[in-house]
Design a protein around this ligand. Structure first.
Ligand code: NAD
Length: 249
């Protein structure tokens, strides 16, 4: 018996990086997993990999920046598996690097639409289903940049700070209804999100983590699993860094 046996879990942005590892660790612990992503190729590959490893997963395409698609995603999950116990609102992008006074308006909108609105739209349609069931768990993917600033990343930083506030607010509203909601704050993690960065920038990022390296997506997924499963039954409304002491610096 796994930690998540008989549970149905939905992961957005699950076609790559952290979301892929979350989907895999959920499935490994017995959950049936809806692997969702805007990227059909990556998402399908993750769902197939889980199935080939003996787990239970389906891919459902969805763009988190569109409310109607988030609504459809929850409906498709219920149609497929009849329930929704766990949601990890993980999809996100980095956005361009530019100072606030020169940040492109279109880029600001894109980052906010995906990284902030995407989390709200997710919860907006996940919560009524969980409320009806009288239980549920939501883990929202924030960042260390939800707690501090970072030059060149105004939209990303604003969105991640907002995700933490949104998480706290929803937790206050829904904890007495049997729904736990937390946010996770990864430090810089070795995923395709960082692929555009030069070797020199990567080294500068490593220096910001007292542990002396960047994180691995599996290390974030372990925390998400814990927050999603019964051992964390009194944990709600929190923000949990997994960051090699980045914030402690
Ligand atoms: P990644 O690029 O490897 O994966 C992100 C996934 O999200 C991709 O599969 C992409 O197709 C998907 N996606 C993008 N836009 C989408 C949309 N509109 N709708 C649905 N899916 C969409 O990145 P990652 O590093 O795994 O990032 C996952 C989350 O973790 C993000 O929210 C990111 O902000 C957060 N995070 C990452 C780091 C890091 O250093 N990698 C640090 C802190 C937080």
């Amino acid at each position: 018996m796994g930690l998540l046996t008989d549970k149905v879990a939905l992961v957005t942005g699950a076609g790559s990086g952290i979301g892929k590892c979350v989907a895999e660790i959920y499935a490994h612990n017995g959950a049936s997993v809806v692997v969702s992503d805007i990227d059909e190729k990556g998402g399908k590959a993750v769902a197939e990999g889980i199935t080939q490893a003996g787990g239970n997963a389906v891919f459902i395409k969805s763009d988190v920046s569109k409310a109607a698609e988030c609504e459809q995603l929850v409906a498709a999950t219920i149609k497929q598996y009849k329930q929704l116990d766990i949601a990890c609102n993980n999809a996100g992008i980095g956005g361009e690097s530019a100072p606030t006074g020169a940040y492109q308006l279109s880029e600001w909108e894109k980052v906010i639409n995906i990284n902030l609105n995407g989390v709200f739209y997710g919860m907006r349609y996940q919560l009524p289903v969980m409320e009806k069931a009288g239980s549920g768990v939501i883990v929202n993917m924030a960042s260390i940049l939800g707690a501090v600033g970072f030059a060149g990343a105004c939209a990303y930083v604003a969105a991640k700070h907002a995700v933490i506030g949104l998480t706290q607010t929803a937790a206050i509203e829904y904890s007495a209804k049997g729904i736990r909601i937390n946010a996770v704050g990864p430090g810089f993690i070795e995923t395709p999100l960082l692929k555009h960065l030069s070797q020199q920038v990567m080294q500068e990022l490593v220096a910001l983590h007292p542990i002396g390296r960047l994180g691995k997506p599996e290390e974030v997924a372990e925390l998400v699993l814990w927050l999603s499963s019964p051992p964390s039954s009194f944990v709600t409304g929190g923000y949990y860094p997994v960051d090699g002491a980045y914030l402690a610096r």
